[in-house]
Design a protein around this ligand. Structure first.
Ligand code: PMP
Length: 389
């Protein structure tokens, strides 16, 4: 069988590779501490599940428009408007099948085969693969540990060429845990408008900030070149429902909605109903889960901080980067040997970009005692490797 070139060019995520290895180890009877995947360890809150079950007992609409249910788009528009004190119309909102699909739609709506897209390193690997599938070229911009992984907008601007069509930013960040300040967001928003380059701001971790507060790219207005992306996965423990949204100027939203038709026709209707319940119902569940992630993060920082191995202390999301360069191994070798020797699964840094091989990423979305045990085993493994070097 001869498949299309775009399939060969996709680099599979190292996070998923480690997940599969961990699953294999478990099938052989090993017990594994999972710190490789970034997903809430809570069930979707009960009030959301029961409201959906009730709806399932009566009537559910069939297909929705490509762009999503009007009532959900209204709820998203209201939320974004209230959080940022700006006006947002439903015409600025496209519902997507997870933020993953939001990234893919934004990139496909904007990027032609000769275009360049600036993506963060360390950064979430899906940005690169979405650009590859669209036939564009992903160009890394470095986020430096010495700056707390904050964004250097002047350095970013120097990477712009006449082929640059889109810049992707992510705050709170996976995998660094950095939260960009208001000035950085303002500079990014200005840069997009002044240079006429689109800027996609992935804000899926907007509710998971432990220090300071989240600053959205749209707080300076929903200008023509700015796109904001979020969803219910992380805030409401709803990863499996696959539901997110893209907020942008009307031409981009119309293009994204047009692209939905040959892909999925529309997001899953049941999940759209669930997301509307999540957004319009009680919000204390968000705060209570955030508190649990903060507790685990504190335990991890207390254990790893004094060793000097933590790249920076995260301010948001649920990840930490640990510097394993003293092991003399690549991040993939370290992650594989850690799983085999100590039964801890982590994500190799190399999957977050070519500049990130000195790190492994730990997810802190797990109970504090399991995270503490995971950290102790990581330190023991690092000691073993250093001794045998
Ligand atoms: N953006 C980032 C930075 C993420 O880490 C993730 C999930 N790992 C997503 C988007 C995808 O979220 P969703 O479940 O809504 O597709």
């Amino acid at each position: 069988m001869t498949t299309a070139h775009r399939v060969d060019e996709i680099v599979p995520s190292g996070i998923r590779a480690l997940m599969m290895m961990a699953a294999q180890a478990e099938r052989r009877g090993a017990s594994v501490i999972h710190m490789e995947v970034g997903q809430p360890y809570f069930d979707t809150p009960a009030h959301i599940r029961s409201a959906v079950a009730e709806r399932l007992g009566s009537h559910l609409p069939g297909y929705t428009p490509n762009i999503g249910l009007l009532s959900l788009r209204e709820a998203v528009a209201r939320r974004v408007a209230e959080r940022n004190s700006i006006s947002v119309s439903v015409d600025n909102v496209c519902i997507t099948s997870g933020a993953v699909m939001g990234v893919a739609l934004a990139v496909q709506a904007l990027v032609n085969p000769t275009d360049e897209v600036l993506v963060p390193d360390p950064g979430w690997p899906n940005y690169r693969s979405a650009v590859t599938v669209a036939g564009g070229t992903a160009v890394s911009y470095a986020l430096e540990a010495s700056r707390g992984f904050s964004i250097d907008v002047s350095a970013l601007e120097r990477l712009i060429t006449d082929r640059t069509k889109l810049i992707v930013v992510n705050s709170p960040s996976n995998p660094t845990g950095a939260v960009f300040d208001a000035q950085a967001m303002r500079d990014l928003s200005d840069l997009a408008e002044q240079r006429g380059i689109y800027l996609l701001s992935d804000e899926i971790y907007e509710d998971l900030v432990f220090e300071g507060r989240h600053h959205s790219i749209v707080q300076f207005g929903l200008t023509d070149h700015v796109l904001m992306l979020s969803g219910v996965s992380k805030s409401y423990a709803m990863t499996g429902w696959r539901l997110g949204w893209l907020v942008a100027g009307e031409p981009v939203i119309q293009a994204a909605a047009k692209l939905v038709e040959p892909l999925t026709s529309c997001p899953v209707t049941v999940s759209q109903v669930a997301a509307e319940v999540a957004l319009t119902g009680p919000q204390d569940c968000v705060e209570s889960m955030r508190g649990s992630y903060a507790q685990t993060l504190r335990v991890v920082v207390d254990l790893l901080g004094p060793t000097g191995l933590l790249a920076v202390e995260p301010q948001g999301a649920f990840y930490v980067l640990v510097d394993i360069s003293s092991s003399g191994r690549s991040s993939a070798e370290f992650a594989e040997s850690l799983l085999a020797a100590q039964g801890v699964a982590v994500a190799p840094g190399s999957t977050f970009g070519p500049l990130s091989d000195r790190y492994v990423r730990l997810s802190t979305a797990l109970p504090a005692d399991a995270a503490a045990e995971g950290c102790r085993r990581i330190l023991a493994h690092l000691d073993d490797l250093r001794r045998s070097a």
